[in-house]
Write a protein that binds this ligand. Structure first.
Ligand SMILES: [Zn+2]
Ligand SMILES: [Zn+2]
Length: 268
């Protein structure tokens, strides 16, 4: 979940923790969008600014002390970027090595001008080529060792970067991505915010989740809440559904160490 420091989320960290408590969730992780120095990644309104980073860490830490009193553990993570050109990642890498986050998500925001420019510069114009490129870059992201989990792994299908997204037409490269996640021994995120936008489908597509199950991919789970009332949204339907697909565990990270929990059962 995010905080107002991202510029497009509302609610104080403690409000998210209270919402979690109401929804029976006892651990939440904040993952504000990491500051990036190249403006093509989006600035004010899209992501936290570098001058706010210290404040973010303190704000989340202060909330975690208060939330402990009502039984919710707050962890402090960050949503970092995946991008094919490392020369634009230097400032981000400095942040990742200088701050001790509990959790680092890796996201390739394909709709950001940064990626749209990359596609244009490299003459990647057709939908199938864009999708293959996107997953190729996710694989490189996985192998970079920067991230604990890959967030909203098929977000390219949202926000109009491609007109249609049929995972079965890209099965080989998507399986290669999932295999890389297993080999690197990191996680993939099940992100329920997809159910609220675009094609109203979970991230990633259910077919990709089936392949992930076959390959033994470990899952983190997030509602990607940008407002407190969305904390844990759809978990009550999605967790039993994941169980029906054979997933029995979920993972979260504390001080970058993976923690395992049982996938919650359906609530009565
Ligand atoms: Zn956001
Ligand atoms: Zn994101």
């Amino acid at each position: 979940m995010h905080t107002p420091l991202c510029g497009h989320a509302v609610g104080e960290p403690l409000d998210y923790a209270k919402a979690a408590q109401v929804n029976g969730i006892d651990i939440i992780t904040f993952t504000c969008h990491i500051p990036m120095d190249w403006e093509a990644f989006g600035q004010t309104g899209t992501r936290m600014q570098l001058v706010d980073l210290e404040h973010y860490m303190n704000m989340v830490r202060d909330a975690s002390v208060e939330a402990k009193d009502f039984g919710v553990e707050i962890l402090c993570g960050i949503e970092a970027e995946i991008y094919p050109d490392d020369s634009h990642m230097e400032s981000m890498d400095i942040i990742l090595s200088n701050y001790s986050f509990d959790f680092v998500l890796g996201s390739l925001h394909a709709h950001c001008p940064s990626y749209l420019q990359w596609l244009a510069r490299n003459n990647v114009t057709s939908d199938p080529a864009k999708i293959d490129c996107y997953f190729k870059h996710l694989i490189e992201g996985v192998q970079s060792g920067r991230y604990d989990s890959i967030s909203h792994p098929d977000v390219i299908r949202t926000y109009g970067v491609v007109q249609s997204f049929d995972p079965s037409a890209h099965e080989a490269i998507i399986r290669e991505f999932l295999q890389a996640v297993t080999e690197q021994d990191i996680c993939m995120e099940i992100n329920t915010s997809g159910l609220n936008k675009g094609d109203r489908l979970i991230h990633p597509d259910p077919l990709i989740i089936d392949w992930a199950g076959e390959l033994g991919v470990k899952l983190t789970m997030g509602s990607d809440s940008h407002e407190p009332r969305r904390v844990g949204e759809h978990f009550d339907e999605i967790q039993p559904w994941l169980r029906s697909k054979g997933f029995t565990k979920l993972y979260y990270f504390r001080k970058r160490h993976r923690q395992r929990i049982e996938m919650p059962e359906a609530k009565d």
